[in-house]
Design a protein around this ligand. Structure first.
Ligand code: NAD
Length: 418
């Protein structure tokens, strides 16, 4: 990881820029640049062939001034402590930016899940849960899915936690299947929110969906539902990608067909999809388009490729896809970035609804979920847009203004214990 691509350094740099611009005092900057709790565990897993393998797991609670920690669990070969610290920090700002009563947290395991069988993944998830059981819980820190985890892993996590406690604890994590305390709409929520923010941006800049072209990097949970929702709003999606490469059709991709293709267990990726031109992931990022929505992983737009980005606006579905140096370049070129802490907050907002429903043991229909989600996303988007106009600053800085101020206020009102 170079200086520019160390996510935690980038997270601190973004905080520094925001605190300097806001005149936030140095004590608060210091407080917020240190995660509150860091847990690292070794996870022994008996593999199918009988040998023992040890995996590294992390759970970081960045800040709980506004409520219990909230944040996903990522399974990937590149997961490391600095990445998890950065993701936890961004969760603090995200929850504050949209005004839901949580602090920020994140977890991860260094593992390439494609190399494990379902049984191995289950044992890994259950042992990881057991190893962090004292720091998670519905009142303290609530995990959710992230890259390469989903409802299945959350089901195992909830079951392991409940078995240890001796009773069912639905609210220990979110993103669960609806049959075991999940919320309707959660699977779609992050991508829905990304497309919603793109659409709100378009409305405020007098852009018509039918005149816009959209590129979505990543065709996983976030990317797929960004594409599907954008298509429903009337946008033309001209390219998307996954780990197998990027797929481009200037006339517009058939998103429903691609969704069906990837959902087929025989495929799982877009490899072999022939109704589009295959290009590289870096070519995809530099395509001529109206909106470029990076929905895969961090550090995709850097100092190196930012000068060649041709989109008019970037909407960050992934966490940290644009580095601070790239941000400066894009801003100087007049390219707006709707930041991750706003654009992909639909997922955590719906997770909040799931947690509320679990605690009330009273479940909402999909209409109610979507209505409440759009209400919160619209309020947050409006707040950021208006502040960006008023201060003549980037959307990112405006979002940080709102988020950091809310967290700083909570710290001030609670005071420093003891
Ligand atoms: P996912 O695992 O479902 O999908 C990730 C996508 O990125 C896949 O299409 C994968 O093939 C692609 N990808 C992975 N490595 C790649 C590489 N090296 N090059 C190109 N493409 C690659 O994950 P997701 O849940 O969709 O999460 C994507 C991003 O969105 C992450 O940054 C995550 O933190 C963020 N996010 C997710 C949620 C959520 O609710 N799932 C919420 C907020 C933010």
């Amino acid at each position: 990881m170079t200086g520019e691509t160390n996510p935690f350094k980038n997270a601190l740099k973004q905080l520094r820029i925001a605190c300097d611009a806001m005149g936030i005092n140095e004590d608060i900057y210091n407080y917020l640049s240190h995660p509150q709790r860091i847990v690292q565990v070794s996870i022994p897993v008996k593999m199918d062939d009988g040998h023992l393998e040890i995996f590294e797991g992390f759970r970081v609670l960045h800040n709980s001034a506004r409520g219990p920690g909230k944040g996903g669990i990522r399974y990937a070969a590149e997961v490391n402590m600095d990445e998890v610290k950065a993701l936890a920090t961004w969760m603090t700002w995200k929850c504050a930016c949209v005004g839901i009563p949580y602090g920020g947290a994140k977890g991860g395991v260094t593992v390439d899940p494609r190399k494990l069988s379902v049984g191995e993944l289950e044992r890994l998830t259950r042992r990881f849960t057991a190893n962090i059981i004292n720091v998670i819980g519905p009142e303290t820190d609530i995990p959710a899915p992230d890259m390469n985890t989903g409802g299945r892993e959350m089901g195992w996590m909830m079951d392991t936690y409940s078995m240890q406690k001796g009773h069912v604890v639905h609210g220990v994590c979110t993103g669960k299947p609806v049959e075991i305390g999940g919320s309707l709409g959660r699977t779609q929520a992050t991508g829905h929110g990304v497309a919603f923010c793109m659409h709100e941006y378009a409305k405020r800049h007098n852009m018509k969906p039918e005149e816009c072209t959209v590129v979505v990097q990543g065709f996983g949970n976030v990317g797929q539902y960004t594409c599907l929702t954008a298509k429903d709003f009337g946008y033309k999606i001209i390219a998307t990608s996954d780990i197998s490469g990027a797929y481009y059709n200037p006339e517009g991709l058939d998103i429903d067909e691609m969704f069906a293709y990837i959902s087929d267990p025989a495929h799982r990726t877009l490899e072999g999809y022939t109704k589009a031109q295959k290009i590289s992931n870096s070519e995809l990022l530099e395509l001529e388009c109206t909106f470029m929505n990076p929905c895969a992983l961090e550090n995709q737009v850097t100092e190196e490729n930012a000068p060649r980005i041709k989109a008019k606006c970037l909407v960050e579905g992934a966490n940290g896809p644009v580095t601070p140096k790239a941000d400066e370049i894009l801003e100087s070129r007049g390219i707006d970035v709707v930041p991750d802490i706003l654009a992909n907050a639909g997922g955590v907002t719906c997770s909040y609804f799931e947690w509320v429903q679990d605690r009330m043991a009273l479940f909402w229909d999909l209409d109610q979920v979507n209505k409440e989600l759009d209400k919160i996303m619209l309020r947050a988007f409006d707040g950021v847009h208006e502040l960006a106009q008023e201060k003549k600053c980037s959307y990112r800085l405006a979002a940080y203004f709102i988020a950091v101020q809310r967290v700083a206020k909570a710290i001030e009102m609670r005071g420093i214990y003891p």
